[in-house]
Design a protein around this ligand. Sequence first.
Ligand SMILES: NC(=O)c1ccc[n+]([C@@H]2O[C@H](COP(=O)([O-])OP(=O)(O)OC[C@H]3O[C@@H](n4cnc5c(N)ncnc54)[C@H](O)[C@@H]3O)[C@@H](O)[C@H]2O)c1
Length: 482
Amino acid sequence: MALEMVGVVGLGTMGAGIAEVFARAGLRVIGVEADADSLARGRRHLEGSTQRAVDRGKLSGEERAAVLGRITLTTSRDDLGEADLVIEAIPEIMALKKALFADLDRICKPAAVLATNTSSLSVTELAASTGRPQNVVGLHFFNPAPVMRLVEVVHTVVTDPALVPELAELARRLGKTPVTVGDRAGFVVNRLLLPYLNHAVNLLDQGVATRDAIDQAMRAGAGLPMGPFALLDLIGLDTSYEIMGVLFDETRSARHAPAPVLRELVAAGLLGRKSGRGFHGEEPPPSEPDKSTVRTFAAQGPGAEELAARLVEVGFKESSDDPDVVLHLGDRPVVEHAVRLARPERLVGVHLVGGKVAELAATALTSTEALLAAKDLVKVLKLIPVPCRDRAGFVVDALLLPYLNDAVRMHESGYASIDDIDTAMKLGCGYPAGPFETIEALGLEAMRDGLRALYAEYRDPAFAPAPLLDQLVTAGVRAFPR
Ligand SMILES: NC(=O)c1ccc[n+]([C@@H]2O[C@H](COP(=O)([O-])OP(=O)(O)OC[C@H]3O[C@@H](n4cnc5c(N)ncnc54)[C@H](O)[C@@H]3O)[C@@H](O)[C@H]2O)c1
């Protein structure tokens, strides 16, 4: 593929960034917008973004001028006749994209490659709307395109196989890391990320924990850069809802059914940051937290002695007769332990996660006082309390393990390699570790057992351990064969 001139159609959030990426790699770019106003907005976006790169010392003033000089802006698609590669980044609407592709097929020279930046639509369907399906691919950049290092290079069953390594090489020339995959809804990143976010919405809806408790648990407990609700607000609830719909249409799996709360919030116009309010925004006034008067406690379960020693050290009294609160440590629901006590309302489950978070499981019998007492105790130990219901997996495991299981199933299905999935999730989401690295750190057996507990509770087939995971545990293997 000769590559000197690149066309970018649609200079919105993604397209302007993509145009900048190509121009910064020394290529000539023709940017096409729908009308003069949008073109002016695209130009401002490009000027602003490159100026910020100068301010941050990533680009010199002369380089910026050269980058902008390589970009020609127009409102006429017909100017794309000489382009070797055209990437579309217009809105995520199939009919619009199909019409554009049919038109590009007419305008562009026969050898030109047509690429889409779609997040979730079928690349195959777009390819079929042209007379050159062998030259149609997905090049999925991440937001903001100049910063995020991942590009998913998507080929269809009819893409010319020789094109794929060339496009991966092109991505490297742009300073990006390519991950090459076939055409399945959501590719790697959205296919793994969105169902996890959707699951968080369902846990909230089921009252397992509050929005802030879940966000905090996933940040501090699972080490993610953002909680699921903060991330949903950033992506946009409408976009998230639509992507879930596309995933569901392809898989018909309950795991991919868009959460009803998403539909409700989108219909109410609460779209996230872009509309000023989604899950976050318009905060209720902070209420004065109740203070507990906890003095005595009992601790039981694995790790109880160590926890008790730490609490005694800071001045609380261990008591076996009539403690204010009974802390039951473990990673499974605790109501069965509560009912064995004379005062079951005093038992609170405690699950320590990542050394920073204490999930505090309140059973159907737990009193408000006991929960408050447990919160006070763990705060004194500098742990972040995450109150939740007494459900399998509590918050972190309930959200994390099915996501990891999805990754194992994705690999098992032959869609992507372990390394590609890990790379995609780290570079596409800014996660500190890829799912397979996380699984190996957790332990394959612990993950399998955690999933079994989740499956036994929720009876959701998506929580049944992936056969590959099960077999590796049975074989006594601690790492995935790479
Ligand atoms: N926003 C993200 O985080 C993100 C990330 C990855 C991929 N994507 C995908 O990228 C694509 C674009 O998303 P976006 O967020 O940049 O959207 P956007 O709404 O910010 O930008 C779309 C741009 O396309 C222009 N446009 C519309 N019709 C046009 C036409 N016929 N010809 C030329 N320009 C036209 C609009 O004026 C607008 O500037 C979508 O397919 C989306 O799924 C988005």
